[in-house]
Design a binder for this molecule. Structure first.
Ligand SMILES: [Zn+2]
Length: 138
């Protein structure tokens, strides 16, 4: 298992936990953009919609749309803050778009494993998924 795949596995598992937490907290959410192809990223960067080096391209980011139980689309940053805090508590590599300089409240991402503490990631995967063989980045 490569470090990128290991990161993607932990990210997907953490997103599952976040979605469950949102529903258990009395809200709904829907999936927005998750994977973004290099072609889509290039077009969006030319239109100045994105910075051009997104974790979406690495399958390490997702945009979640938050709703109240009666179906109101929640756009208030405060509504997302609790879930951003929970997201960051799941893993030291998790980042919340609400903390970005250009605020992006519905964006949840993970730094690739090679930017985080590699040993703690291996321990996490080993403990939670029973996988011990993770290749070092060449
Ligand atoms: Zn995003």
């Amino acid at each position: 298992m490569s470090k990128l795949l290991a990161s993607q596995v932990i990210f997907a598992n953490n997103i599952g936990m976040l979605v469950r937490y949102i529903f258990e907290s009395g809200f709904f959410c829907t999936f927005g953009e998750a994977y973004r192809s290099p072609e889509q990223e290039s077009i969006a960067a030319k239109m100045s919609l994105v910075v051009g080096d997104s974790q979406h391209c690495k399958r390490l980011a997702i945009d979640l749309n938050l709703y109240s139980l009666d179906g109101v689309d929640l756009t208030d940053p405060q509504a997302y803050k609790e879930f951003g805090d929970y997201w960051k508590s799941l893993n030291p590599a998790n980042k919340f778009g609400g903390d970005f300089e250009e605020i992006d409240n519905n964006h949840f991402e993970m730094c690739p494993i090679y930017k985080a503490n590699f040993k703690s990631m291996v321990d996490y995967i080993s403990k939670n998924f029973g996988i011990e063989k993770i290749e070092e980045e060449k």
